[in-house]
Design a protein around this ligand. Structure first.
Ligand code: GLY
Length: 293
């Protein structure tokens, strides 16, 4: 039996000068949602899905409702999820009209046929999996409409509040999940790290799990998720692995961002090169989630 743990993040580009309590409340609620699953003996996969759904539903984060807008003013979301016992994974990219892309990614995982579905094909798969489409407008918040107007003259911006979760359950299974609207003002059809297993998300129950956030192109360049677990395996030190991986992102990837980790023993860690990355951690020794920002 292992001691379960969950860590969640709300994106490396978050801005603490604007309603920080909303961010704290959002990540705390997500950690609690995932923790309820783990505490009742549920799986790490259910826990990370539940935590990420909570953040997708929260309008303050850049995932699900609250996603940033493409240059055309539309929402196109990426998400991925992975279970580390059998390296089962599922992902979706550039999906529209789906309130919880992480659940669609989970369905792809469960199909055990494909790993990544994109665009209209992913929506068709959602329909056949019983996931209802929502109105495109219901995902667009006034905050992102304002941001889109301000950004109109620029090509793209950092990912704002991409969300993610990593958990270890009492059976020793590690799972990780990430969901995002991508980068504000991105080209339609652009896909970032959050849809890519090995870059934005990775889990191997013999090592640990990771969810990344930040400049997607830079994260993809260095395959950050996979490299972070490599450092974790080598050093057996989650804090060190998280820090070295973020240094790699900055120095070789030439971008900014952050990541969260849980190792196979349940030790959680995080690191970021940006001023703020909202994080919440929950484990049996805590009465309520620790929100260290
Ligand atoms: N890190 C999220 C993205 O670049 O799409």
């Amino acid at each position: 039996m292992r001691v379960p743990t969950i860590i969640v993040h709300g994106g490396a580009g978050a801005d603490l000068s604007d309603a920080p309590d909303e961010l704290r409340h959002g990540v705390r609620a997500a950690a609690q949602a995932g923790w309820q699953v783990l505490a009742s003996g549920g799986s790490a996969l259910d826990a990370v899905e539940s935590a990420v759904r909570s953040l997708e539903d929260h309008p303050r984060f850049n995932a699900g409702r609250g996603s940033v807008l493409t240059v055309d003013g539309t929402v196109e979301m990426d998400a991925s999820i992975m279970e580390g016992d059998r390296l089962e994974c599922g992902a979706v990219a550039a999906v529209t009209r789906i309130a919880n892309p992480i659940t669609l990614a989970r369905r792809v995982l469960e199909s055990r046929r494909h790993v990544l579905l994109v665009g209209p094909g992913a929506i068709q798969f959602a329909r056949s999996s019983g996931i209802a489409e929502c109105a495109a407008e219901s995902l667009v918040t006034d905050r992102q409409r304002r941001r889109h107007a301000q950004l109109a003259a620029r090509s793209s911006a950092a990912d704002g509040g991409t969300v993610g979760a990593v958990a270890l359950d009492r059976h020793g299974t590690v799972a990780a999940a990430t969901s995002t609207g991508g980068t504000a003002g991105k080209h339609s059809g652009r896909v970032g790290d959050s849809a890519l297993i090995g870059s934005g998300t990775y889990a191997d129950s013999s090592i640990g799990g990771v969810s990344c956030t930040g400049d997607g192109e830079a994260i993809v360049r260095v395959v950050l998720g996979s490299r972070a677990l490599h450092y974790l395996k080598e050093a057996d030190n989650p804090d060190y692995a998280a820090k070295v991986a973020v240094d790699l992102l900055v120095e070789e990837g030439r971008g900014q961002g952050g990541l969260i980790l849980v190792d196979w023993r349940g030790r959680a860690a995080y690191a970021h090169s940006t001023p703020l990355m909202p994080v919440a951690i929950m484990s049996p020794t805590l009465a309520e989630p620790r929100v260290p920002f």
